[in-house]
Each structure stands twice: as C-alpha cells, then as structure tokens.
Design a protein around this ligand. Structure first.
Ligand SMILES: Nc1ncnc2c1ncn2[C@@H]1O[C@H](COP(=O)(O)OP(=O)(O)OP(=O)(O)O)[C@@H](O)[C@H]1O
Length: 284
C-alpha cells in the first residue's frame, strides 16, 4: 500500500440477505484528501461508512485504515477516526461542554481541548447551555466538535451540513479544509452538490452499490457536461440546441447565418446536472 493511501477498500461487498447494498467496491482515499461519497438514496453510502466505523462486517472484501484491517485490527483503527453521524445522540439534559467533557474523559483528552474544539466550531458562547436548547445546527456542530476532540487523522461525516445555515456550513467547510490541509483525510456523504463543488478534492458516485464515477468534481463536470444553448429564433420560437449533436450544430449555424437568432444563452451546467446524468444513465 502506498504511504499516501489512508483508507483502502478492496472488493468491499455488503449484502442484506440476498440484496447487494455494496457490490465489490474498490476505492483508495489519500492523506490530505477531502473525498465526497455521493449517490442517490439507497446507493450504499451509509453501508460503506458503517463498515469503516465498525458497525457492520462486510459480507466479503476488506477495509483498511492506515494499513490496519478494520475487522482484524479494530483496536488500532478505532483511535484513528472521528465520526459525525447524520442523527445526533447528545445527552440533552447536559450542557454542550459537559457532553464534550464526557468524551474527553473516554478518549483521555486533556480538558482544555474541550474549549479549543468549542471555539473551533463557534459554540463557545453556548457551551454552558443545556443541549435541549440547541438548534439543529448547533447540535450538528457539537457532533463535529466531539469528532475533533482526539485530533484523529480521519474524519467520517454523514451529511455534515444538513440543516446548517450558510454561516455554520461555512464553519464546517473551513474546519474540513483545514483538517486535510494538515494532512488528514475526510470522507463525507452529502446530497448537496454545491458543497461537493465547493470543498471536495475528489468524489466517488455510487449507484446501486457500484462505483459509477471517480474523479475531481471539475473533471467529472467537464467530461459529462452537455453543451446546450437556449435560443429565441425570429418569430419568437424558443429552441434548445445540443452542441454535441452535428445536426443541432448545423441548424444553429444556419440560423445564425440567416440572422434568425434573436437571443442566445449558453447554459451553465453545474455539478448537479453531472450527478443526475451519471446516476440516471447508470440505471439504463
Ligand atoms: N439493515 C438493513 N437491512 C436491510 N436492508 C438495508 C439495511 N440497511 C440498508 N439497507 C438497504 O441497503 C441499500 C443501501 O442503503 P444505504 O443506507 O447504505 O444507502 P445510502 O446511499 O446511504 O442512502 P441514503 O442516501 O438514503 O442515506 C438500501 O436499499 C437500503 O434499503
């Protein structure tokens, strides 16, 4: 294994009964990489993460973190990651600080680290408020603070910015980018395509348990973008031309030559369109 590989999935297969939720997945994640695992509902993202956090055994195949086998060397793997689940499990009747103190005790982390992570996620002012009074966004940030406590090299995050306002989402993004800038690895699942384009170094798109795309968001967008222009022709007719089709290009050129194009707008295809195209065609 290359020293830069932090997480390695080898032929990972997860079955529920006869149903393949994840089917023979090979994937390497590197140090210093923020990786987005994408896919429609039911694609197998959470099942994959469940193996990595030790909640589920693979039906076949292997998962390694820093060269340690997740099944066979769990005690070496466990301290290497922090996990932000999609649903929180805080002690509601305790303050934010007390919640973190409990975990600091479990991880043998010095108490001043608690105030550091509270500051990092901008929860210092609410540290002494009971969690029952926290908003959904504050709860999520408290989960991230907990995952960061023991400064693990790997972070797994299940939809880390769901329910967060723009400001809080920006805080999470900044923390994740900082984590990978310092050589850490982050694996996040998300349905937010803007987030993917904004912060992910690479993405893998799962569809029905199989990897259908793996690259940088930009490369995927460039490779799969349809070049489409919307026009309004003389007489008010609206027409869409696909520049990847010879026939459409020829008709558009002819209309331009005859001065019949009143307005022309090139569509900006974003990563959202790329995702829909990749996941849609994968079912065909
Ligand atoms: N415990 C389980 N028992 C049976 N089937 C399951 C179980 N957990 C997941 N599945 C099925 O496995 C498939 C993959 O589920 P998984 O939760 O991994 O998908 P996902 O990509 O995380 O979806 P989402 O985006 O909705 O969270 C789905 O069809 C799901 O119904």
């Amino acid at each position: 294994m290359s020293p830069d590989v932090m997480i390695q999935l080898e032929g990972l297969t997860i079955r529920y009964g006869n149903f393949h939720a994840v089917n023979n997945l090979d994937l390497n994640l590197y140090r210093g990489e923020l990786f987005g695992l994408l896919g429609p509902n039911g694609a197998g993202k959470s099942s994959t993460v469940r193996v990595l956090i030790g909640q589920r055994k693979p039906s076949s195949g292997r998962a390694y973190v820093a060269g340690f086998d997740v099944q066979r060397q769990w005690s070496d793997v466990k301290p290497l990651f922090g996990y932000v689940p999609d649903r929180d499990n805080h002690f509601d009747e305790f303050t934010g600080r007390r919640n973190l103190m409990l975990f600091a005790g479990l991880y043998n982390v010095p108490e001043d680290r608690v105030d550091e992570v509270l500051k990092q996620v901008e929860l210092s002012e609410s540290a002494n408020v009971v969690v029952r009074g926290y908003s959904l966004g504050m709860r999520k940030k408290l989960l991230l603070a907990r995952a960061l406590l023991h400064q693990p090299p790997v972070l797994y995050l299940d939809e880390p910015t769901a329910n967060l306002d723009v400001h809080s989402a920006a805080i999470v993004h900044r923390i994740l980018r900082e984590h990978v800038r310092m050589g850490g690895t982050a694996l996040l699942t998300t349905h937010n395509m803007q987030e993917v384009e904004a912060i992910c170094d690479r993405v893998g798109i799962l569809c029905a348990g199989k990897l259908v795309a793996l690259d940088t968001p930009l490369a995927l967008r460039q490779r799969h973008t349809e070049r489409v222009v919307d026009t309004i022709l003389a007489g008010g007719e609206r027409r869409v031309f696909n520049l990847d089709l010879d026939s459409d290009r020829a008709i558009l050129a002819e209309n331009l030559k005859l001065g019949r194009v009143g307005a022309l707008h090139t569509r900006e295809f974003d990563f959202h369109s790329t995702f829909l195209k990749l996941t849609g065609t994968a079912f065909e």
